[in-house]
Structure formats: structure tokens, C-alpha cells
Design a protein around this ligand. Structure first.
Ligand code: DGL
Length: 264
């Protein structure tokens, strides 16, 4: 199975993209809803949570891991790779790859949680590959709670998005990386506020194509994964509101099953 985890239900945007690319593969999802958000926590805490989340998915049969959370991808990927001997995908590199190969313009905007932006991972990776590119990053801490609240089209959300994007608009960015797996749910508003000419890069889409390419190149691993098109969704806390929102993000989501994560 492909195991995907996020701090909450935003990572369902990654499952949605994976399903489009790899409909036949079984997916096991874990959203750490009891401890969300990760974006406001220290790197040490996020690393500890990410290890526990990964352990939980591997115990239940995941054979490859997708870190469906930019915050955990930014700070915990190295720790996860050191600890677990399975292929581990993160959401940062595919988006960076897309940005550096984009033909039009060299000004890149990145939006994400405070932890992601402060980690400097996007900025460093882009500059390492394309020193000629200018990178402008903005943390948008209110967007995750707005998404989790289901305020996807409200006027208040539009105004907050506009305010967060203002500094990037002033810099006239040519592309904008959605560096948080919650943000694809606000894509329309973000596109409208940043301007039509700006290319939006959605890390969940880029990630899915890189998992697909990996499985095509590594058939010995692909052959160990179950392909019944079945998906299971676990969370560490569940409410009716959360269940409804999960369905809004991913229509086919089944019942969110409660599971307790314990330290390995
Ligand atoms: N979805 C997570 C991400 O991609 C962030 C949510 C959080 O702050 O927990 O960074």
C-alpha cells in the first residue's frame, strides 16, 4: 500500500491527486487531526510526530511513504529517511523541480506555514538549482485554520489571502508554489488574487507524477503494492464537522476511522 500522512485532512488533496494518477493502487491515509496544526510547532516536535505517523502507516502495511504535508516534508524528511528503509516521497522537491524548469520568468513566490517558510527548504533548493532565480516566501498561518473550518469561499478568506499575497504581488512573481497541502483548496481564490498571469504550482500534483514515474521505473517495488483501488482513512481525532469537510475535499472518502498514535 501507499501510505500518506498529514497533520490533518489537508493531505487529502494529495490523495486526490494520487488517485487521479494511480487509480489502481491501494492507499492508506493518516491525518493527525488530534495534534494539528504542525505548522506552528517546533522542528523537534514535528519530527517526533512525523516518525510516529510513519510508524503507524508502516505497521499497517504501507510499503512506500508519502509525506503529504509540506511542514513535515520540510523538517522531518531526513529523520524519516534515516529511520525507515522504504522509499519516502516528500512534497517539496517535485514542486521545486517544476518551478526551476518553468520557462517563463525567474521570480518565484512560495507560500506555506510558518514552519515551512522558516525552514528555508524551498528557498535553498530553488537557489541551489537556479541561482539566477529570485525567491520570495510568505507564511500564511491563518489559511490552514480557515480551510479546516471549511471557509473555502468566504469573503473573509478572500481578504486574508489578498493580504498575505500582497508582498508577492508587489515583487511581481511569475509563479507561485502552494507550499502547503491545504492550499489547493483555496486555489481559485489564490489565482484570482495573485493574478491570472502567475503560474500556480500545486505540490500535490507534482508529487503524484513523481510517484508514478518512480513506480514505472521500479517495477520490483510496484509489484509489492496492492492494486485493488482500495483506500482507508485513519485520523487521530474525529468529529462530524471533520467528516463532512473530508467529503468536501475527496468525495469518495469513506468513514474516517479513529486510531491512537503512540510513540514508537
Ligand atoms: N498541510 C500541512 C502542510 O502541508 C500544514 C498544516 C499544519 O500546519 O499542520 O504544511
Amino acid at each position: 500500500m501507499i501510505g500518506v500522512f498529514d497533520s490533518g485532512i489537508g493531505g487529502l488533496t494529495v490523495v486526490r491527486a494520487l488517485r487521479q494518477c494511480l487509480p489502481e493502487y491501494d492507499i492508506l491515509y493518516f491525518g493527525d487531526t488530534a495534534r494539528t496544526p504542525y505548522g506552528t510547532k517546533s522542528p523537534q516536535t514535528v519530527i517526533q510526530y512525523a516518525i510516529e505517523d510513519a510508524e503507524m502507516l508502516l505497521d499497517r502495511g504501507a510499503r512506500i511513504l508519502v509525506v503529504g504535508c509540506n511542514t513535515a516534508s520540510s523538517v522531518a524528511t531526513d529523520a524519516l529517511r534515516q529511520r525507515f528503509d522504504v522509499p519516502i516521497f516528500e512534497v517539496i522537491s517535485p514542486a521545486v523541480h517544476k518551478a526551476v524548469s518553468h520557462q517563463k520568468g525567474r521570480r518565484v513566490g512560495v507560500i506555506g506555514t510558518r514552519a515551512t517558510v522558516n525552514s528555508g527548504v524551498y528557498q535553498d533548493k530553488i537557489r541551489a538549482l537556479r541561482p539566477d532565480m529570485e525567491v520570495y516566501a510568505a507564511s500564511c498561518p491563518l489559511l490552514v485554520p480557515l480551510v479546516e473550518e471549511g471557509w473555502l469561499k468566504k469573503g473573509e478568506t478572500r481578504r486574508i489571502v489578498k493580504k498575505y499575497l500582497h508582498p508577492l504581488k508587489v515583487k511581481q512573481v511569475d509563479m507561485l508554489i502552494l507550499g502547503c497541502t491545504h492550499y489547493p483548496l483555496l486555489k481559485e481564490i489564490i489565482q484570482a488574487k495573485i493574478g491570472k498571469r502567475v503560474k500556480i504550482i500545486d505540490s500535490s500534483e507534482e508529487l503524484s507524477s513523481s510517484v508514478k514515474d518512480f513506480l514505472l521505473d521500479n517495477t520490483h517495488i510496484a509489484s509489492t503494492l496492492k492494486k485493488r483501488g482500495e483506500h482507508q482513512f485513519f485520523v487521530s481525532d474525529v468529529t462530524e464537522h471533520m467528516q463532512k469537510l473530508a467529503r468536501k475535499i475527496l468525495k469518495s472518502v469513506g468513514k474516517l476511522e479513529l486510531i491512537k498514535v503512540t510513540a514508537p
